[in-house]
Write a protein that binds this ligand. Structure first.
Ligand SMILES: [Mg+2]
Length: 283
């Protein structure tokens, strides 16, 4: 496992050495603590229901995987050098077709990663160079670590992507925003807006993005049509039509069963983080 600290990729051992040097209990530096407020309902743009729906894409585990070199044994989509360290990125198969299909169907796109801004920029540049020309210009916004709420709970660091922040920033109503993410904790405040996906592990035969594109393009997203992700094969428990008056019963908590599922750490090759008390979820 590796970490991103201050925009640099460091090994597990280096992260622990840094933590020890700083007398910290966790490899995450204290300046990573980034608990943010979210806009109130009054500040949300609910009066613009005709706005094209916005699909918010996570990066690691959702549309790509980044590892240290020679972990996977297959050709990467691109190689990056961050802070003097080489890393390989493999894009989830079908990404270019996914982007093309959802844009043609009328959605708009955004990216939200809990990783640092510099890493996000490296990834977007790599995606453009290797696979999806003009990817950056097709995005309504890019949110990164500084827009992500990071808290400490029961011995582990957790990242939350409060969709209200993004809705307020883009002026897209919350009920017209969908988030695609492999880590349930990140969308715990907006489970009805969530399109969960299995974590991408660099495989060439992965077909999640073509499936997701087919589902999204089967939805009627015209003005006045309520978005409903309950037909998605990995839909959260309790999913249903999204309306301007979102179901308050599901606000701010995970659906039943999801809370027990531990978040997967960034770039971990383990199938589960359940037994690791000291792992950091930056996905
Ligand atoms: Mg992720």
């Amino acid at each position: 496992m590796v970490y991103i600290l201050n925009g640099e990729i460091v090994s597990d051992d280096d992260a622990r050495a840094i933590a020890k040097r700083n007398n910290a209990a966790s490899p995450v530096p204290s300046n990573a603590l980034n608990v943010l407020s979210v806009p109130s309902k009054k500040e949300l743009p609910d009066d613009n229901a005709n706005e094209p729906p916005l699909i918010v894409l996570d990066l690691d585990g959702t549309i790509l995987e980044t590892t240290l070199p020679d972990v996977r044994g297959t050709k990467p989509s691109y190689v990056i050098r961050t802070g003097g360290t080489l890393a390989e990125t493999r894009l989830r198969p079908g990404l270019a077709e996914f982007v093309d299909a959802v844009l043609r169907h009328g959605y708009s796109l955004a990216v939200w990663t809990a990783a640092p801004r510099a890493y996000a920029d490296d990834m977007l540049g790599g995606i453009e160079r290797s696979t999806v020309p003009h990817f950056k210009s097709s995005l309504k916004c890019v949110f990164a670590e500084e827009q992500t709420s990071i808290g400490y709970d029961r011995g582990r660091w957790l990242c939350r992507k409060e969709l209200r922040r993004l809705a307020s920033h883009t002026r897209v109503p919350l009920h017209r925003c969908l988030i695609v993410d492999d880590t349930p904790v990140t969308y715990a405040s907006n489970v009805r807006n969530a399109l969960p996906v299995p974590a991408y592990k660099g495989g060439r035969s992965d077909d999640v993005l073509p499936q997701l594109a087919n589902f999204l393009c089967s939805l009627n997203i015209g003005a006045g049509q309520a978005l409903d992700v309950s037909g998605w094969r990995y839909a959260p428990h309790g999913a249903g039509p999204l309306t301007a008056g979102a179901d308050p019963a599901l606000e701010g908590r995970l659906p039943e069963g999801a809370a027990e599922r531990p978040p997967l750490p960034m770039w971990s090759n383990r199938p589960s983080a359940a037994t690791e008390d000291d792992e950091v979820d930056l996905t």
